[in-house]
Design a protein around this ligand. Sequence first.
Ligand SMILES: [Zn+2]
Length: 497
Amino acid sequence: MTLNYDDVVTRYDPVIGLETHVELGTASKMFCGCSTEFGAPANTHTCPVCLGLPGALPVANASAIEYTIRIGLALNCSIASWCRFARKNYFYPDMPKNFQTSQYDEPLCVEGYLDVDVQGNTYRVGIERVHLEEDTGKNTHVGGATGRIHGAEYSLVDYNRAGIPLVEIVTKPVEGTGELAPEVAKAYVTELRDILRTLGVSDVRMEQGSLRCDVNTSLSLAGSGVWGTRTETKNVNSLRSVERAVRSEMLRQAEILDAGGRIKQETRHFQETTGTTRSGRSKEEATDYRYFPEPDLVPLAPAPEWVAEIRGSLPELPAARRTRLQAELGLSTEDLQQMVNAGVVEAVASTVEAGAAAGEARNWWMGYLAQLANARDIEAPALPITPVQVARLIALVSDGTLSTALARQAVDGVLETGADVDEVIATRGLAMVSDTSALTDAADAAIAANPDVAEKVRGGKVAAVGALVGAVMKATRGQADAAAVRTILLERLSVSE
Ligand SMILES: [Zn+2]
């Protein structure tokens, strides 16, 4: 890519749109009683309904409808008082009925919005619709080099996923984000994921596919107000990839437009390895799915009292919770934003709940734990250490049992062994050496080993004592209190400050 992003956004206005599929965490499938459990042997969670056998009749899952209404209400949508399922007809081997039961012109939730904060600005992302449908099965292509159907010797299909309730959340086109379009897209998916998790309607695991995102991107000439042709980038499987997919698609389209070319309306696939998109199916001819109302299901007419009851039972949503925590923890807006970006707001709040001071909790989650998480390419809360364990470490540092360096070693131990903090400290002997005679011996040894440094300190260069402190800390494997070591060294050298 030869174009400069900053230059591209002065000449073009991006318009983005997001379609998100969420697998609901109900115990059973959308239209039958089969289990939705992930990871079962192939085709063991199937029955005549989800296999589409002749004569089988679907019955809608009440929990899935309730979950969808919860999502709609959390996204400020209107809930339809009457709507229907529709058949979306197409032939594909992972869809045994040859149609998907979905919603078409009568979705359950419409006309909502979600506000997202990016770099101090709030962007309102309009929600066009939230509708309920069923997931497809899963094809596995065997024998080829790429795992794709081309070159495969044969294909297998697993219908365990077929019929799992799936909610599709479609935004309106989002304009006016300018250079921040990639960040706004990422912030939207992040906020949506946090809301879904808070609502308890899905486990929202992007890497397992329970939250899948398609990103639409187009460019218009700056100031023209005329929208360009959009492309749809499929199955972007991480938050970071959402941002990268929008950015790379903006650059790719700008390059074509600069050369006088035309953007093809098509589906593209995001490639994790390169951070770019590659061409997929052309969408220039609209597929006719021959939608019609599903005759085997009664219409959906949620009673207003039921919707009101669901609204009354909604938990505190992430935005409200953040505002409350910001006040309670005494955070600046900037601090809070950094914590949101790092995905550690909940972890910090739980650590404070477990008894730690807010500042310390924030330092651990934004500092050492964030570093470790970064190295593993995950967010800090995904590390196998709990807020309660972090709070325990903070307490041990503040009462002088551990130095910060030792507490870090304890974290390493918890992550490596899965053992609890106190157990790690006991088995690894991570206690501070507070025995003055042991420290004095170590100080004398350091002085003897570094006579030139000792001479400098005696001669008045007190700052040089740092090298001796380092030697003692090394000898005691970080288990001494550095300030105490310094005092002892200066005493032994008969230097006063
Ligand atoms: Zn079934």
